[in-house]
Write a protein that binds this ligand. Structure first.
Ligand code: FB9
Length: 487
């Protein structure tokens, strides 16, 4: 059946249902639905199609088999010879147990204990189950509800919901389908055929095409937002495009002693190739060596024999503070007050767990200016974290090899209902700044946090492997909401 045949049948009937059309034309119901949809797509005013939900019964595969081969009880009855049969010989029949009990309960057979055989109690039977299933295939109104419930219990039939459509003639009903044009072409305009061409009416209800588009990973969304916060606060981004760093810039320049446990291979990734760096500013290097070994600038130093070989060792940078050191050194010979920031990957040879990998993104802010105080640091921390939606802060004295004083930063997180650590901060030590050649009165305040922690909290991710790594569900990347750090 095609569209015009359906329209002709509807024209005769005035109204019909897609299920009836399927039965009358001996075609699949879904094919009828397809024809109806194609007519509506051409012109939604030719016919009206009102959705209808019907409950009806259909045979299960077991029901179909009984319709074909007869019920189990009828087959047991037919199998019993006139002089009876031992019960065990009956069991070779398919579904003999069910057939036997059904035939017994219907009074068709009994067990004659005198001959210890199963015998017929009547000369013939009617296979009502098979007859009922045949009727059910046509219409479920033909048999009693009690029988339907019995067959449902025996899993011979099941109730299904059938969605069909009641069809009627529409306001622009026609039995001839003219394909409506969907585009006005230059030829139509030139020839004037547009005047008589029938155009399909706009379907303003139609949804737009879902466009495939790229999605930013939540980590990159948070990075973009934090970067924006720094830029709006007048900070300049530092060049962080070197994962490999010399121990000199990663540790020594920060006045971190060569015996410090963080410089051990249990905490730091040392490179085999390239194993070491060679070029350091010689004058600066000697000042660093002196401040470590002999002190200076009012500091007693660490009093150990500083090793250039140790300083040359290449590592995967353990913090972006190494980049801050390079920036501050480059600032020294023509100092002007500056504000820098960095957001990039750092690497630590740590024990892995649900929230820690061997790498994370460090966020760092650095301000260099004359006569900065701890109060300035606290003030800038309030300004920065307020933009991240955190206003209730607390500070706890801490220790870093390169800052004094140092503070851990905490905020009361309403969502989590508790105080959480949100970063670390401090004032870079004179033993770090003065060997660089920065002016005496210049202080540098700095702070750091990670990118992963805020991202995991914002996006409700508990295991860092659901955020980064090979097992990340890309759906998460596609469906995650926009980033609102301040909410
Ligand atoms: O990010 C951290 N926590 C955090 C930050 C934001 C946040 O936002 C939520 C929406 C509300 C939530 C949590 N932390 C720092 C604190 C802890 O997570 C800590 O357990 C893990 N820390 C990392 C290092 O761990 C080995 C986070 C990382 C960190 C710590 C210190 C610095 C940078 C990153 C620093 C520094 C520094 C100090 C002085 C001068 C210059 C830099």
């Amino acid at each position: 059946m095609d569209s015009e045949e359906l329209l002709n049948q509807l024209n005769v009937k005035n109204r019909t249902n897609t299920l009836d059309l399927a039965v009358e034309n001996k075609i699949d119901h879904q094919k009828v639905i397809g024809i109806v949809n194609s007519i509506l797509a051409l012109n939604s005013n030719i016919i009206t199609a009102v959705p209808v939900t019907n409950k009806c019964w259909e045979l299960t595969s077991e029901g179909e088999s009984i319709l074909l081969n007869g019920s189990y009880e009828a087959n047991v009855f037919k199998y019993i010879p006139p002089d009876g049969i031992p019960q065990k010989d009956l069991m070779s029949l398919p579904h003999a147990k069910i057939g036997f009990s059904q035939a017994m309960s219907k009074g068709w057979i009994s067990i004659d204990r005198s001959i210890n055989k199963v015998v017929r109690k009547t000369s013939s039977i009617i296979d009502q189950v098979k007859d009922d299933l045949a009727k059910l295939k046509i219409s479920s109104d033909e048999i009693a509800d009690s029988a339907k419930q019995d067959y449902k219990k025996r899993k011979l039939i099941r109730e299904v919901i059938i969605k069909s459509f009641d069809l009627k003639k529409g306001p622009e009903f026609t039995t001839t389908i003219t394909k409506l044009e969907t585009e006005l072409t230059p030829d139509m305009i030139q020839s004037g055929s547009w005047k008589t061409t029938q155009f399909k009416s706009y379907n303003f209800e139609a949804l737009g095409q879902t466009l495939d588009f790229g999605c930013l990973h939540p980590l990159l969304k948070v990075r973009a937002d934090i970067r924006q916060i720094f830029l709006e606060m007048g900070f300049t981004e530092m060049p962080t495009n070197n994962f490999v760093e010399s121990s000199f810039w990663n540790f020594d320049s920060l006045f971190q002693p060569q015996q410090h446990p963080a410089r051990d291979s249990h905490d730091t990734f040392f490179l085999d190739e390239p194993k070491s760096s060679e070029n350091f500013p010689n004058c600066y290097l000697n000042k660093v060596k002196d401040v470590h070994s002999k002190g200076g600038y009012g500091s007693q130093g660490y009093g150990y024999n500083w090793s250039i070989e140790e300083a040359k060792k290449n590592v995967l940078r353990t913090h972006t503070t190494a980049v801050s050191a390079r920036m501050l050194y480059s600032l020294a010979n023509n100092f002007k007050p500056s504000k820098y920031f960095s957001i990039d990957r750092v690497f630590r040879n740590e024990t892995l767990d649900a929230t820690h990998l061997a790498e994370f993104h460090q966020v760092e802010g650095v301000i260099a200016d004359y006569n900065l105080t701890l109060g300035d640091l606290i003030g800038i921390l309030y300004m920065f974290f307020e933009r991240l939606g955190m206003t209730e802060l607390k500070f706890k004295p801490a220790y870093n090899p390169y800052t004094e004083p140092s503070m851990e930063i905490f905020c009361y997180h309403k969502g989590l209902g508790k105080w959480i650590e949100i970063g670390n901060s401090g004032m870079f030590r004179p033993e770090m700044l003065l060997p660089m050649g920065l002016p005496e009165k210049v202080n540098v305040i700095a702070w750091g946090l990670s990118l992963e922690r805020p991202t995991m909290i914002k996006y409700g991710i508990n295991n860092i492997r659901d955020l980064v790594g090979p097992k990340v569900n890309l759906q998460m990347v596609q469906i995650n909401p926009i980033c609102r750090l301040d909410k």
